[in-house]
Design a protein around this ligand. Structure first.
Ligand code: AMP
Length: 111
């Protein structure tokens, strides 16, 4: 089993957890691009957003809102890189939650 996020779920690789329930896990990105950079993942393995069932994505949305509450933030950006050319490096569905509690996030040019 090669998936690093599956290993994080199993506790085989350490992570800085923010919130967890039976189906989802939120933990700090190892290489943050903003003061707050959290990864939210389903515990069940799906390759990416495109391959993730509607039911899971719906429940994931509720979980993300709980994560924001836990972090005490109301303003945040959600990103999912779907596929190699979109920048996906880990092929286990994840949503990046990014925030700057001290000010505005920039909207960078990506190409
Ligand atoms: P993506 O490029 O959308 O697939 O995002 C993968 C993200 O996973 C990157 O932002 C990495 O910094 C992050 N990442 C990779 N390995 C780990 C790890 N062991 N713990 C936390 N974050 C990780």
């Amino acid at each position: 089993m090669k998936c690093i996020f599956c290993k994080i779920i199993k506790g085989e690789i350490p992570s800085k957890k923010v919130l967890e329930n039976d189906n989802f896990l939120a933990f700090h990105d190892i290489n943050p691009v903003a003061p707050v950079h959290i990864l939210i993942i389903p515990k069940e393995h799906f390759e990416n957003f495109d391959k993730t069932p509607k039911k899971v994505l719906g429940e994931m949305s509720d979980f993300i809102k709980e994560v924001a509450k836990e972090l005490n933030i109301t303003d945040y950006r959600l990103i999912t890189n779907n596929g190699k050319n979109a920048g996906q490096e880990v092929f286990h569905t994840h949503i990046h939650l990014i925030a700057n509690p001290n000010g505005k996030l920039k909207w960078p040019k990506l190409v």
